[in-house]
Write a protein that binds this ligand. Sequence first.
Ligand SMILES: NC(=O)c1ccc[n+]([C@@H]2O[C@H](COP(=O)([O-])OP(=O)(O)OC[C@H]3O[C@@H](n4cnc5c(N)ncnc54)[C@H](OP(=O)(O)O)[C@@H]3O)[C@@H](O)[C@H]2O)c1
Length: 321
Amino acid sequence: MMTYRRLGTSGLSVSTVGLGCNNLGRAGTASESQEGTDAVVRAAIDAGITLFDVADMYGREPGVSEAQLGKALGSRRDDVVLATKFGLDMGGVNGPDWNARGSRRYIIRAAEASLRRLGTDWIDLYQYHAPDTLTPIDETLAALDDLVTSGKVRYLGHSNFAGWQIAEAEFTARDGGYTPFISAQNPYNLLDRRLEREVVPAVEAYGLGVLPYFPLANGLLTGKYRRNEVPEGSRLTHSRQNVLETADWDQLEAYSAFAAGRGVSEVQVAFSWLAAQPSVGSVIAGATTPEQVRQNAAAADWTPSEEDLAELDSIFPAPAA
Ligand SMILES: NC(=O)c1ccc[n+]([C@@H]2O[C@H](COP(=O)([O-])OP(=O)(O)OC[C@H]3O[C@@H](n4cnc5c(N)ncnc54)[C@H](OP(=O)(O)O)[C@@H]3O)[C@@H](O)[C@H]2O)c1
């Protein structure tokens, strides 16, 4: 049964498991086509997922994931929380940007292009995909605030911000009277706990919710990759092979044994551990098939005990302070 929680201390309610939409229209996946996308999106809605997380640059060409997601949602658009992002290189689709994709000029154009592709009048959560190193955060926040005031955007989030940038943005919003960011999207999973050092304390201090990306570490935490066994047609089989080459198989085998000992799957452990972190708003995993969506939607339903969490800490140590 899907559960719902507030994103940080905001009023925005999201499903505990969301759908990461970077596989929609991605070359070589079952969800590359519109039909494949429709099947994944339908399965997500049927499973109670409300948060759909896309970005303008996702897809075999920039814009394809947004366009396919918009079509797949169709008349169900009102029933979901649509999150998208701007700020990574669109290869000129939004005109020249001189690498200042947090600038007022760029943001307004990017937002209008996303609205057109998604086929909607508003974006529920508009996220700054990665900070640009040129534009002062004051200008970015002022432009985003105008989008909120005009009704084109409801809430703001950021992604790949460091702890100090989260604090800087928070106090700039307070000083300027701008709409603040309510979410932080950063890589976070049992194998990558770097977030706990600076980002988690910052979001807890300012009431933001975390949207952990790479919750399954590219699929490594699903248990489908074994020391000498690689499944056909999976992401790490054909790309990012260095992830498999450098994997710590002793650690992953201890993880599989931990899951088996509790009668749950590896995917359940990966999702439920994230969902048990107080700062986490929604676990957004990408999926390429309806079956994966159904598994993931049901995977945050295991409640780890204090002993379980301590044992996971011993398999996957928290980063040193
Ligand atoms: N903000 C950012 O900078 C940023 C960066 C990256 C991602 N993201 C967001 O985060 C989302 C999640 O990222 P991700 O998709 O790369 O996450 P991930 O958890 O690291 O990997 C997901 C992949 O694992 C496999 N998988 C998923 N569910 C499975 C299951 N139940 N059983 C077996 N295999 C399964 C699928 O690939 P195969 O079927 O190919 O194995 C899927 O594409 C993205 O969709 C995107 O919205 C954001």
